[in-house]
Unconditional design. Structure first.
Length: 615
């Protein structure tokens, strides 16, 4: 569905309709501020723009659980969740943000349940919780059951529930509209709106707004082997760079340990939480020697590096579908789980293995390898979702611009995200951002926005739209026959392979330099030369694919620049030429702009001084 008409000026435009965007929309509408406005006859004008139909958003693929110390489990408390989050992020976590995440996690989960999320239940009716990697009790003790789940389809449950609540509240959607530009005022101090391409009509639209929130998701498609769907091309992050903003900690990309062989399809951490064991070519359950006590439920970066260590030592196995191929996988052994229990608690995992590997996990080992899964870094935001620049040692907020979810970086994940914290981050900070926008809308109503100021913002957005329309006309008029064998999909594949060789799980200066040379001298020029083969603007997926691959190339260059600037190993970033963590020089957030200039922002340490991270 699309809006019947566009308003001249929206109070809020939310870009992205996953958990973060939908939570922001609901947080805004349900805030006490907006309730008072409605009681006085003032109805905020809100639009949610999504490049997909909302129920196809990547949130729906989340399998394992959402983390919260609900009090249902003995020896658990939100303070331990807070500690595990800081430790899991290798002390690059902003502790004020992590404390909010852990403290308000129970409230977030309970509110989701009240809205309709059908969590799995214990025999006595409580929300069921399972163990997850890195989650412990009593400050680093035994693994604890902290991940609330719905079999292995928690993301599906949350996405459908939030969308239904948005529909019930009359929120207007522009579906299958692709946002091409983030527009700021001439001084780059305030948001003006966005430019969006309607794939149904082939038209570009100027969408002016007092407030804009990006909830556009991650950028897993930077890599060839990824658990991410095809739409996670880092659009919001790339648009922020193009608008003159920075990305925070973008060098930290999490590889989930258990992607299904070379498909990259995620086999949830729940499979190990329920008793799955990683084994090498010799049949050895090897994780105990890398993470005593935690074994297969250590933090994800630890498990991924352990898998790569086994492969490097010659104890990897080949994908049974390609027995003559590289031995770059290990086994996931699920045969110790009761088959009936497996079918009940891991139905999606079982279905995926049977469908895509032609293996029965109740009897046979399953080939797995690390798969690009989550971007810890992103658009820098405050704990209220406000986007800022880091300049001259201070945060300078861009008025009216917000971000939430995986495209943002409030730095609750630091250098490595714990399982179960992504859905929590999106829902909790999405809601907080929505409430923050509501307060700003009310403030504008009481102060009276100048019509002249609004007109200036609208003119700025229209100028951006005209420029984008001109580029679109060139894409359609260009001679694609000159590059008949080149297309955005081929470029995405080549970029993914380049990034895989350079930065998957580990990297060094040479691998990064080789990758940037390939990108700068080959892939980037080819991306700029692309033209559409079909000259119709309507329903032309190649047009959006061209913009997507350009965004991915921009992000790849930025990720490599930030990775090259950090001369240490921390969390998900393993530099073989700088194998140790260096708190003296790099206990700081990287802030990287479109020119690949890197500055450093101090980490917010509250009550947990850095110490050695062991599992």
């Amino acid at each position: 569905m699309s809006p019947k008409h566009l308003e001249d000026m929206y109070d809020a435009v939310i870009v992205g309709a996953g958990a973060a965007g939908l939570s922001a929309a609901l947080g805004l509408l349900r805030s006490e501020t907006v309730k008072e406005m409605k009681a006085n006859g003032q109805e905020p004008k809100i639009l949610v723009i999504s490049k997909l139909q909302p129920l196809r958003s990547h949130t729906g693929s989340a399998e394992g659980g959402i983390a919260a110390a609900l009090g249902n489990v003995e020896h658990d408390d939100w303070h331990w969740h807070y500690y595990d989050t800081v430790k899991g992020g290798d002390w690059l976590v902003d502790q004020d943000a992590a404390k909010l995440l852990a403290e308000y996690a129970p409230e977030t989960v309970i509110n989701l349940e009240r809205q309709g999320v059908a969590f799995s239940r214990t025999a006595d009716g409580h929300i069921a919780q399972r163990r997850f990697g890195g989650h412990t009790s009593e400050f680093g003790g035994e693994p604890v059951r902290r991940a609330a789940y719905a079999a292995d389809r928690i993301g599906h449950q949350i996405l459908h529930t939030l969308w239904q609540q948005c529909v019930a509240n009359g929120i207007e959607f522009a579906e299958e509209w692709y946002v091409t530009d983030l527009v700021l005022n001439e001084e780059h101090t305030r948001v003006a709106g966005v430019v969006a391409f309607d794939t149904h009509t082939g038209k570009t639209h100027a969408v002016s707004a007092h407030n804009v929130l990006f909830g556009t998701g991650g950028a897993g498609r930077l890599f060839h082997t990824t658990s991410n769907s095809w739409d996670l091309t880092g659009d919001g992050m790339a648009l922020a760079l193009a608008a003159g903003l920075q990305l925070e900690d973008c060098e930290f990309v999490q590889f989930h340990p258990t992607g299904l062989a070379h498909t990259g399809i995620l086999l949830s951490e729940a499979s190990r939480a329920e008793g799955g064991v990683l084994r090498n070519a010799d049949g050895e359950a090897f994780m105990e020697k890398y993470a005593p006590g935690h074994a297969d439920l250590a933090a994800r970066d630890v498990v991924s590096r352990s898998i790569m260590a086994e492969i490097d030592a010659g104890r990897g196995i080949a994908d049974p579908k390609d027995p003559e191929g590289p031995k770059d996988c290990v086994w996931l052994d699920l045969t110790g789980i009761d088959p009936e229990h497996m079918e009940q608690t891991l139905p999606q995992v079982v279905e995926t293995i049977r469908k895509y590997a032609n293996i029965d996990p109740t009897r046979d080992y399953v080939p797995v390898k690390p798969t690009a899964h989550y971007t810890m870094g992103g658009i820098p935001v405050t704990t209220n979702g406000e986007v800022y620049r880091w300049q001259n040692g201070e945060r300078r907020v861009v008025e009216g611009l917000y971000a939430a979810g995986e495209c943002s970086c409030v730095s609750v994940h630091g250098a490595n995200r714990l399982g179960g914290n992504s859905l929590l981050d999106a829902c909790l900070f999405g809601t907080r951002s929505g409430r923050s926008i509501a307060a700003r809308i009310a403030q504008a109503e009481s102060s009276g926005e100048s019509e002249a100021a609004d007109a200036a913002l609208e003119e700025t957005v229209e100028t951006a739209r005209a420029a984008r329309q001109s580029e679109l006309d060139m894409l359609l008029a260009g001679n694609a026959d000159d590059a008949a064998d080149d297309n955005p999909y081929q470029l995405m594949a080549e970029l993914g392979s380049t990034m895989e060789r350079a930065a998957a799980v580990r990297c060094d200066a040479q691998s990064l330099a080789t990758a940037i040379e390939t990108i700068d001298n080959d892939l980037a020029p080819r991306a700029q030369a692309l033209a559409a083969h079909d000259k119709a603007a309507t329903f032309n997926q190649e047009i959006t694919a061209i913009w997507e691959v350009r965004h991915l190339i921009t992000l790849a260059q930025t990720v490599i620049a930030a990775s090259d600037a950090r001369h240490e190993s921390r969390g998900s970033l393993k530099r073989t030429d700088f194998p140790d963590r260096d708190d003296e020089h790099f206990l700081a957030h990287s802030m990287t702009d479109a020119a690949h200039e890197v500055s450093w922002q101090p980490v917010h340490i509250v009550d947990m001084p850095p110490k050695k991270r062991e599992y």
